[in-house]
Write a protein of this length. Sequence first.
Lengths: 161, 492
Amino acid sequence: MSDSITNFTEIDTFIDGLPDKNGALIPALHKAQEAYGYLPKEVQLHIAKRLQIPAAKVYGVATFYSLFSLEKKGKYRINVCMGTACYVRSAEVVLKEFAKELKVDIKATTDDGLFTVDGVRCVGACGLAPVVMVNDKVFGRVATADVRGIVEEYLAADHAE
Amino acid sequence: MSNQNTEIRQVRIAMRNCGIIDPSNIMEYIARSGYDALAKAIFEMQPNEVVDVVKASGLRGRGGGGFSTGTKWQFTAAAKADKKFVMCNADEGDPGAFMDRSILEGDPHGVLEAMAICGYAIGAQEGVIYIRAEYPRAVERLYQAIDQAESMGLLGDNIMGSNFSFKISLYLGAGAFVCGEETALMNSVQGGRGEPRLKPPFPAQRGLWDAPTNINNVETFANITQIILKGSDWFRSFGNEDSPGTKVFALAGKVNNVGLIEIPMGLPLRDVVDKIGGGVADGKKFKAIQTGGPSGGCIPAEHLDTPVDFKSLGALGSIMGSGGMIVMDEDDCMVGISKFFLEFTAEESCGKCTPCRVGNMRLLEILTRITEGTGKESDLAELENLSRTVCDTSLCGLGQSSPNPILSTLKFYRDEYLAHVVDKKCPSGTCTDLLNYEVVAEKCKGCTLCKPVCPVNCISGERKEVHIIDQDACIKCGACVDKCPFNAIIKG
Ligand SMILES: Cc1cc2nc3c(=O)[nH]c(=O)nc-3n(C[C@H](O)[C@H](O)[C@H](O)COP(=O)(O)O)c2cc1C
Ligand code: FES
């Protein structure tokens, strides 16, 4: 489970700097996710208090949008594009291969906290289909045979740190 | 794309500056008559004259709906209010399309200038761009462009010394397809869940923060400056009567040349696939071209001479959409494609209205059982019925169009559905549950090469004897097919 977060300075500074609190919820959630990587309960409650809106509304919004995550994600987020261009170029098979290679369910995180495997919406690089993004790095024309190499690249990077 | 035909057939209006200017330098934009159109509007034209030119150009919304842009401006201009908004829809949710992203990254000022012109025409002083958070580079470019334009007095208070003021802010989405729908988008900017509102009232009457709001798509705006500078007749010299001008498409899928194209409307689909796209890749056979993403449909080979315009694509049960264009070949299963789009819409349905929330789920279940081999012939009629109900009764455009992929494939590829439900076969060999791998006895030499590659050891047979695949154990991975030197294993 998550360690409880008690330091809210980053969100506070952001909210204090807003000219207008109307419509500030989504920007505040973006900020919080950037700071903590996800939106645990205590962060949502804090934002509700600071923006003076019901916690239910914060939860409702946080769960509506797919970019917000209530759970901690892996250090390396492997996102396989599931847009149409990638789909017709066998992205689904590539996604399954990553899950198999890492022995983890799709959308779940490996026990060591290193990898999260998921499918995402079109990342706008359709010409390179099928596309895989690991954090901010784009891999184009990925075949199942490339999957192990990509995973090993990040295992090595983590090891080097 | 080096193909000469490509050069001849493409016309750049919306993308005229993309790849030509340095988008981070406002001077390069200005050098290509940037902000001339805004100056012309403010100093030489009355607001209603601006509306008239846009209306006369026949420009139709490029975000999917194809509504007359000039008429929309006219409605918002006519609304009486102290405060009005100009909004730019940069949510670009169609999976497999990136036109708006390229315009914003390649020519951000073209959109900012057009928004200011719209503000002048309708009497608004504030603009808001709603952009997907998935496009960080476009966001950065826009912030930079707004800063530069403000510091030169081209945006902000008293633009170019006139008494017209206009400022633009940015609002980031958070990953929800339905937020591309204009009223859901407004709810999102107001900090809520992106659920659509009932229309009427239309945004032109009551939009963002209940103020009259004109919302247009990125590409729609990208046409405006040229229409103001060159006139409506010039614009109408491209495209056809139904759909003047050009349209940007993201051509992808199984063609040799993939990428962004801007073509005059009315060009036959065949030219897009064969001339610009360079034909179907890997020598495969063309099966369909999909337009309009999850709200659109699949168009078969016999309709490839259809001109690309709003009316003709609509007549085929597809839509122009925002510009995704995906070519599919003989290996793509049309039932599978419908299922793919329904998975998308079922997940993206906001859940507010029942037909869309529940109906799309039921449609997806039917499609799933068809692809798994447990479908019945009566399922096809049920798909059709339920599809019509969802179209007719959903609250917003998402549900009203989500069954289009099913309806269009049922219409043009019905035999493929029938093969799934009657013969329990997938003609393109994609639905693994309907696949069998079998050894052709006459071709098998008993070389045993296939045996060790089978991950579940389900191939039996002695050396020099015909091998047999145990159908119950086979996981249909296809490893044996790739290994067999005699093409003795077939998938069917
Ligand atoms: C489910 C749904 C998603 C939409 N997504 C987009 C989008 O991503 N971008 C866009 O410009 N319009 C989108 N639209 C259309 C908008 O509602 C609206 O018609 C458009 O922004 C108007 O601009 P236009 O007249 O310039 O096309 C979507 C509509 C629906 C129903
Ligand atoms: S569909 Fe995968 S990048 Fe667009």
